[in-house]
Design a protein around this ligand. Structure first.
Ligand SMILES: [Zn+2]
Ligand SMILES: [Zn+2]
Length: 361
């Protein structure tokens, strides 16, 4: 039986909402009926070719749903269980996994090169985008891409855990390691940026500056924990230093992936502070530093993959923050849409508007 899905036919082509045929879950695989899926900037990056993975593909990598069937050997979930999809599964044996850095697993995207489904209309092979193909009513994924959903969290909220929240929370807690009383600036108020703002609040940051190109996101940013809101301009770094006793922030988190924003985040960081880059930019985004300033400022500049998160370890921690109300997943969502609303959600993202758009099935 065919299910509806958002398919990217080729890089640069518009998404098509069409029927796909999924295989029965074989050994070690799980079939999931999606409850909701978030529209992430990385889906846009796959569709425009900034990130390259095999196509044609079913996009969507941030989702949650209910297990409908499991293949042989799957024991950690059973039909009827709520699950969160994990687009970056870890193999457990590569050098990164052996070091405990599962977010850097060498095999994380191996599944993206395996045929996932077929188009119902013409039988074309389809790949699973970032492994989990969440822009579909149902998906079949490796068991390692499925984590039990936390108790007491609605699946429509839990969908956001799989990318935006793990990434934004992890950037603040694992990469930048924000301590109580520190000052933080977050650049880019999308789904990840909003999760980073809430996480800075959870960490006990004192001043939390949100920066975005859009003046319309101020209320959204403030409700996520921002104590200051700046519309990005040539003077952003100077204004952030003015807000922090001329020092600069202890921690700057860049959620955009553009050379100019990375440079501004770096210049907004105090001497000896930490700049964490979460945004995924293209190869054309060259950032330059002169040797003297690297010495003089003594800052640490870090890349951050998937929030340096271990989903199995971090989901229970996030669930506790949700249950106590410190983390408000509903506040990240600015739009509830159907599957055929994804192309318009891409346009909204391109225009720099909104937080997370959530596909509700
Ligand atoms: Zn994502
Ligand atoms: Zn590995």
């Amino acid at each position: 039986m065919a299910v509806r899905a958002a398919v990217l036919p080729a890089v640069g082509a518009p998404l098509e909402i069409t029927g796909i045929e999924l295989p029965e879950p074989g050994p070690g695989r799980v079939r999931v009926r999606l409850a909701a899926a978030g529209v992430c900037h990385s889906d846009l990056s796959l569709s425009d070719g900034t990130m390259r993975l095999p196509v044609p593909a079913v996009l969507g990598h941030e989702g949650a749903g209910t297990v409908v069937a499991v293949g042989e050997g799957v024991t950690h979930v059973a039909p009827g269980d709520g699950v969160v999809l994990n687009w970056a599964p870890s193999c457990g044996t590569c050098p990164a996994c052996a070091r405990g850095e599962v977010w850097l697993c060498a095999d994380a995207l191996a599944g993206a090169a395996e045929v996932h489904a077929r188009r119902a209309d013409d039988g074309t092979d389809l790949y699973p985008g970032l492994n989990v193909a969440a822009f579909a009513e149902e998906t079949v994924v490796p068991a390692s891409c499925v984590l039990p959903a936390p108790d007491g969290v609605p699946l429509t909220d839990a969908a956001l855990l799989g990318c935006a929240v793990l990434t934004g929370y992890g950037a603040v807690h694992h990469s930048a390691r924000v301590r109580p009383g520190e000052t933080v600036a977050v650049f880019g108020v999308g789904g990840v940026g909003l999760a980073a703002l809430q996480s800075a609040r959870i960490a006990g940051a004192s001043t939390i500056v949100a920066v975005d190109v859009s003046p319309e996101k101020e209320e959204l940013a403030r409700s996520a924990g921002a104590t200051e809101y700046l519309v990005a301009s040539d003077t952003t770094a100077r204004r952030i230093r003015a807000l922090t006793g001329k020092e600069g922030v202890d921690v700057a988190v860049e959620c955009v992936g553009r050379a100019a924003t990375i440079r501004t985040a770096w210049e907004s960081t105090r001497r000896g502070g930490r700049t964490t880059v979460v945004g995924i930019g293209g190869k054309d985004q060259q950032v330059t530093f002169n040797a003297l300033e690297i010495f003089h400022w003594g800052r640490t500049l870090s890349g951050c993959v998937y929030g340096n998160s271990d989903p199995a370890r971090d989901l229970p921690v996030l669930a506790e923050h949700i249950r106590t109300g410190r983390l408000d997943l509903g506040a990240l969502v600015t739009e509830h849409i159907a599957l055929d609303g994804i192309p318009a959600a891409f346009d909204t993202m391109l225009a720099g508007k909104g937080g997370r758009a959530l596909v509700v099935f």
